[in-house]
Design a protein around this ligand. Structure first.
Ligand SMILES: [Zn+2]
Length: 535
């Protein structure tokens, strides 16, 4: 239901009055104060908040006090991080100094302070303040939409830097008073950043809440009918790369963080937003060993909630993932004389058949102990991810590489299937179909991402089940950062609003209702576990 309030400040409202106004008004009214003698058209005022940080709620109407406001410049943004006293200091210090400046500063449940000045129109602070007010429709949390849109718009495909997305998340949480640490690495010359933001007293039994900032590639992926990097709300779905996996959840964390009072935390809350999750949970692998040291005097929480898309199912276990490459090496030459060469693609074909036999053997021997959690496949599953080889149709292929992944059951030796593969490939004859010469088939080193096997009965499990009105705890077929965190003694549960069927897909989307509900779910869990109370 829409829920509207309106308040007008009136012309010549003074800055000094804003706290009184804010205290008096309902929380879904945000006031804007602007200084007079501004020199460019303001537009409808909608752009004004659109260019800044929209507060929660959707702008329904902006009221302008009198004509000078119609000549105000379009405003740009400064981070929503100023406290009232910082803002006062900034207002004082800014008066009459820099040659041109345009700022907007928004404080939730408080006034928006707009200011603008130019060399032509020196700012005369604080006289002549005009008031405008905005009316909000609280049925839509426009901050959540804003944060999700911002994150989706930033290209964080794992091959690229996620620095801008990390900076956005860090700024938002820093502005809310979280202690923020960035953990950056140069990976193949690309800067990869994870964000750790904490709040609360240095007590035990805190909670980690985690998500990843990176997404899988979309370029060249067939099936897209929308802009991957533009958040689009259509009907009951919200579209864009990462909406389900898992920028929607990250945005909801930011939205939730704005809605509780940090002073009410009885135990620590730590947000950990990682990079490179989609490439072997590599960001979490780098972050985990230093995570405790980034928290200062806060003890490392032992429980972690990872908001990967499970459609709100609580997941306590998932398989790991092991990646390895099969290299076939032959001997090149003209295709008209196959007997003088060894075709590496043909060798790879023999290797694929052999790997398929290993896969079939696992499938024939399911592990009954995991039937509950992985009913579809209580055994390691395999996938041929990519194949690359050869140079032209009339050339004998000299090399061919197959990238293979398999997903071992948690709790078992993740390298047991690798050893089975190696043994089977050793028995493959490295000869092609048109030559008696021998080539070579080699199995590359494995890259292991551990699985997750969190014991039942944690306080987080209880809180999630209560809040979600659920009883079951299950398994998931995909991998998360939870396996990396287990290595430092953190037990994770996976539970989030998106759907696995949407993850990594063209036209990726998330249910609008599910996304809108997420900050409420987060707040309810933080309330139960950490004592966090709404503002
Ligand atoms: Zn994910």
């Amino acid at each position: 239901m829409a829920h509207e309030h309106e308040a007008d400040l009136g012309v010549h409202q003074r800055v000094e009055d804003r706290d009184r106004c804010a205290a008096r008004e309902p929380e879904d009214v945000v006031h804007a104060l602007a200084l007079e003698r501004l020199d460019e058209p303001f537009g409808s005022g909608r752009e004004l908040l659109g260019h800044g940080h929209p507060p929660h709620g959707r702008v329904r109407r902006i009221w302008a006090g009198s004509s000078p406001l119609a000549h105000a410049p379009r405003l740009r943004t400064v981070p929503n991080r100023a406290t009232a006293s910082q803002r006062d200091a900034w207002l004082d210090a800014s008066a009459g100094k820099a040659p041109f400046e345009r700022r907007i500063c928004v404080q939730r449940n408080g006034p928006v302070v707009l200011s603008a000045r130019s060399s032509r129109n020196p700012w005369r602070c604080p006289q002549g303040i005009l008031g405008i007010s905005a009316r909000y429709d609280r049925a839509v949390d426009s901050y959540l939409e804003h944060a999700a849109a911002k994150l989706v718009a930033l290209d964080t495909v794992s091959a690229h830097s996620d620095e801008a997305a990390a900076a956005f998340v860090a700024d938002e949480l820093d502005g809310l008073g979280f202690r923020v640490a960035l953990h950056a690495d140069l990976v193949d010359g690309v800067r990869k950043v994870s964000v750790v933001a904490s709040a609360g007293p240095p007590e035990p039994d805190g909670l980690l809440v985690s998500g990843h900032l990176d997404v899988v590639p979309f370029a060249g992926q067939p099936g897209w009918t929308r802009e991957p990097l533009r958040l689009a709300v259509e009907g009951d779905r919200v579209y864009g790369r990462g909406t389900s996996d898992m920028k929607g959840f990250v945005a909801a964390c930011l939205a939730a963080a704005r809605r509780f009072d940090r002073a009410t935390l009885a135990r620590p809350l730590v947000f950990a937003f990682t990079c490179d999750e989609e490439i072997g949970c590599a960001g979490a692998a780098r972050l985990a060993p230093v995570l405790a040291s980034l928290l200062g005097d806060l003890p490392l929480p032992r429980l972690c909630w990872i908001g990967e898309p499970t459609d709100w199912r609580v997941v306590r276990a998932h398989k790991g993932i092991v990646q390895c490459d099969v290299h076939a090496r032959g001997r090149g030459g003209h295709s008209s004389v196959p007997e003088a060469g060894v075709n590496a693609i043909a060798l790879a074909g023999r290797a694929l058949v052999a790997i398929g036999e290993v896969q079939a053997r696992f499938r024939e021997r399911p592990d009954d102990a995991w039937r509950d959690l992985f009913p579809e496949a209580p055994y390691p599953t395999f996938n041929f991810g990519t194949i690359a080889g050869g140079t032209a149709g009339n050339v004998i292929a000299e090399s061919c590489a197959v990238r293979l992944t398999y997903r071992p059951l948690p709790g078992a030796d993740p390298l047991a299937p690798y050893e089975a593969l190696r043994a089977r490939l050793a028995r493959v004859e490295p000869v092609d179909f048109g030559s008696a010469l021998r080539g070579e088939i080699a199995l590359g080193a494995p890259l292991v991402v551990p699985g997750l096997d969190t014991p039942r009965g944690s306080a987080l499990e209880k809180a999630l089940l209560e809040v979600l009105g659920a009883e079951d705890v299950g398994g998931a077929p995909f991998c998360t950062d939870g396996g990396r965190l287990a290595a430092i003694g953190v037990r994770s549960l996976v539970c989030g609003p998106g759907e696995l069927a949407q993850a990594h897909q063209p036209d990726e989307s998330i249910g609008r209702e599910a996304l809108a509900r997420t900050p409420d779910v987060i707040l309810a869990v933080l309330g139960r576990l950490l004592g966090a109370a709404a503002r």
